[in-house]
Design a protein around this ligand. Sequence first.
Ligand code: 3NM
Length: 213
Amino acid sequence: MKREDLQLYFIMGTGNVFQQNPIHLLEKALQAGITMFQFREKGSLALTGLAYEQFARQCQKLCQQYNVPFIVNDDIELALRIGADGVHIGQDDLDVEMARKKIGNMILGVSVHSREELQTAIDHHADYVGIGPIFATTSKSDAQPPCGTNFLQQAHHLYPELPIVAIGGITCTNAHSVFQAGADGVAVISAICESQDIAHTVSTFTSLSRIKK
Ligand code: 3NM
C-alpha cells in the first residue's frame, strides 16, 4: 500500500448509517475523495450470512471502481474469500503473526495502544498501525478511554517510516492536532456518516493533511 492511502480512511457498516442507503453513502464518500475504506459490520443488528457477504461484495465493487483499497475488519476468512485488498485487526482478534501468515502479502493493519503492541505489529510486518481512540467516540462500544496524541507522537518519532492512522472521535475541527502529531491520516466513522455535506467534509479533512496528493 501507499502511505498516502491512509489520508482519509472511511470505516462503515450498516449499524453506522441511519436514514439512508449505506451503499449510496459509500458512493458519495468515494466520489468526494476518501482514500481507503474499511468494511466493519458489527453490533447486534449486523448483517449475517449471505446478506453480510453480499453487502461486503457491493462495497468492494464500488471501491474497485474508484481505485480505493478495500479492507475488511477482523474477518480474515471473508477477506480471503472475496479477495479484499487487506485486513484490519485489533488486539482482541487473531494475533498479528497468525494474521500475517494467513493473508500472505495482503495489506495488514493493526490497532495498537502501547510500545509493546507497536513492536509486535512491526515485527510481523504490519503495513500500517491504527492508534486510538484519540478522542472520545460513541462508534465503538468497547473502545478504550481516549488517549490523546502523546502515544501517536511517540510512535511517529520512534518509527518515522511506519504508516500511522489516527482513530476515534476525529472531526474536521480536531483533525489538525493528529496530523501535527505525525499521523499520515485519519480514520473516521461518524464524521462522514453523520455529515450533512460529505463533499465538504472530505475536502476539509484532506486540506488539513500533510500529504498533498
Ligand atoms: N476503533 P468515530 S475507535 C472503529 O480506538 C474504532 O481502535 C477505535 O469512530 C480504536 O470516528 C473507533 O465515529 C470508532 O469516532 C471510530
